[in-house]
Ligand binder design. Structure first.
Ligand SMILES: Cc1cc2nc3c(=O)[nH]c(=O)nc-3n(C[C@H](O)[C@H](O)[C@H](O)COP(=O)(O)OP(=O)(O)OC[C@H]3O[C@@H](n4cnc5c(N)ncnc54)[C@H](O)[C@@H]3O)c2cc1C
Length: 303
C-alpha cells in the first residue's frame, strides 16, 4: 500500500529535515514524515507501520525534543488532529494536536478559567499530557479528565486521569517510549475548567507571558528547560553557580538569560548540544555532587 492513499500527498515528506519541525531548529532527516490531521489518517498510518514492521515515532509540536543528527528512521508521525468542543458543563473536548496557546485564547473568549498558567507552553495537548507539562504551580494533570488513545492497530480506548500516572514531567506514556508505544497515541482529551471572568483571565495570561519573556531566552530556538528540577535543588541555579552561563559548544549555548536553557544561536547540531549537556552534568557533579537529569527527550540516531 502506498502511504499517499492514507495521508494526503501534501502531508507526506521523504527525507524531511527535522530541524523544520522542532523548536530547537535542530535534527537530521526523517526518513518519512507525515502530518496526520484526522483519527482515520492516524489509524491508517499506525496500521501501515505495524503491518510493515516500520518503526513509527510520534511527535506533537517538537518543543521538547532533541532530534539527533542522523535523523529518524521509519515513519515520523506529527499529530495535528485539532478541533475542540466547549460543552455546557464547562468541560472541553480537544483534539490532541491543538496547541496550548491557541486553546488558552479560546478558553478566555469563553470565560473559562484554569488554563492561564499553561498558556505560554509552546506544545500540543498530546505532548503536554505525555510530559505532564506545567508552569506557575499548575500542571495539565490539574485540568485533565480523561484521554482517548489509539493503539498500533487503530483501536481506541479511554483512560481516566488517575490511570495515567501523571507526575513531575512523567506519565505512563513515558514508560514505553520509542517505536512501539504500548500505551498508544493520544487522539483526544477532555479538560475540566471553571467559569471565570474574561478580563481577569486575559490579564493573568498577559502577566504570565510577560514574565516568560522577561526570564526566558525566547529570542533563540530551544526546547525549553533542558534539565529537570532536582528534588532538593534548582538545576538552573547550580549551572549558574558552576560558572557555566554563556559556555558553548559550537552554536549550542547555555543561555546567559536563563542557565536552565540551552539555546541554538545559529547552526548548532545535536552533537554540540549533547557535548554541552555532558559538560554541564560533569561540572555540576564535580562542584555540588548532584546528578542532573534531562527534561528534553532525545529522538533518532547519531550520525
Ligand atoms: C520556549 C519553551 C518554553 C517551554 N516552557 C515549558 C514550561 O513552562 N513547562 C513545561 O512543562 N514545558 C515547557 N516547554 C517544553 C515543551 O513545550 C513541553 O514539554 C510540551 O508539552 C511538549 O509538547 P509538544 O507537542 O511539543 O510535544 P513533543 O515535543 O513533540 O513531544 C514530546 C513527547 O510527547 C510525545 N507525544 C506528542 N504528541 C503525542 C500524542 N498525540 N500521543 C502520544 N505521544 C505524543 C512525543 O512522542 C514525545 O515523547 C517549553 C519549551 C520551549 C521551547
Amino acid at each position: 500500500m502506498d502511504i499517499a492513499t492514507i495521508i494526503p500527498k501534501k502531508n507526506v515528506f521523504y527525507n524531511e529535515p527535522m530541524s523544520k519541525h522542532t523548536t530547537f531548529r535542530i535534527g537530521g532527516p526523517a526518513e518519512c514524515f507525515v502530518k496526520v490531521e484526522t483519527k482515520d489518517q492516524l489509524k491508517g498510518i499506525l496500521r501501515y507501520a505495524s503491518e510493515n514492521k516500520v518503526p513509527a515515532t510520534v511527535i506533537g509540536n517538537g518543543s521538547n525534543l532533541l532530534v539527533l543528527d542522523g535523523g529518524i528512521p521509519g515513519i515520523t508521525v506529527k499529530v495535528a488532529i485539532d478541533g475542540y468542543e466547549v460543552r455546557p458543563d464547562d468541560t472541553v473536548v480537544v483534539g490532541s494536536g491543538c496547541k496550548l496557546g491557541h486553546l488558552a485564547k479560546v478558553f478566555a473568549e469563553n470565560s473559562l478559567s484554569g488554563f492561564e498558567e499553561l498558556s505560554g507552553i509552546p506544545g500540543t495537548i498530546g505532548g503536554a499530557i505525555v510530559m505532564n507539562a506545567g508552569a506557575y504551580q499548575k500542571e495539565i494533570k490539574d485540568v485533565l479528565k480523561c484521554v482517548e488513545v489509539m493503539d498500533c492497530q487503530g483501536n481506541v480506548r479511554v483512560l481516566q486521569n488517575d490511570e495515567l500516572k501523571l507526575g513531575y514531567r512523567s506519565s505512563i506514556f513515558k514508560e514505553n517510549q520509542g517505536a512501539h508505544r504500548v500505551q498508544g497515541v493520544i487522539t483526544e482529551a477532555v479538560l475540566v475548567l471553571t467559569k471565570g471572568n474574561e478580563a481577569e483571565i486575559r490579564g493573568r495570561m498577559q502577566e504570565l507571558l510577560q514574565s516568560r519573556k522577561d526570564k526566558q531566552p525566547l529570542e533563540y530556538p530551544s526546547a525549553g528547560s533542558t534539565f529537570k528540577r532536582g528534588q532538593d535543588f534548582i538545576t538552573a541555579k547550580l549551572i549558574d553557580e558552576a560558572g557555566l552561563k554563556g559556555y558553548h559548544v559550537g552554536d549550542a549555548y547555555i543561555s546567559e538569560k536563563h542557565s536552565g536553557f540551552i539555546v541554538n544561536k545559529g547552526n548548532a547540531t545535536a552533537k554540540d548540544v549533547l557535548q554541552l549537556v555532558e559538560y554541564a552534568k560533569e561540572e555540576v557533579y564535580k562542584k555540588f555532587n548532584k546528578k542532573i537529569d534531562l527534561e528534553i527527550e532525545i529522538v533518532g540516531e547519531k550520525e
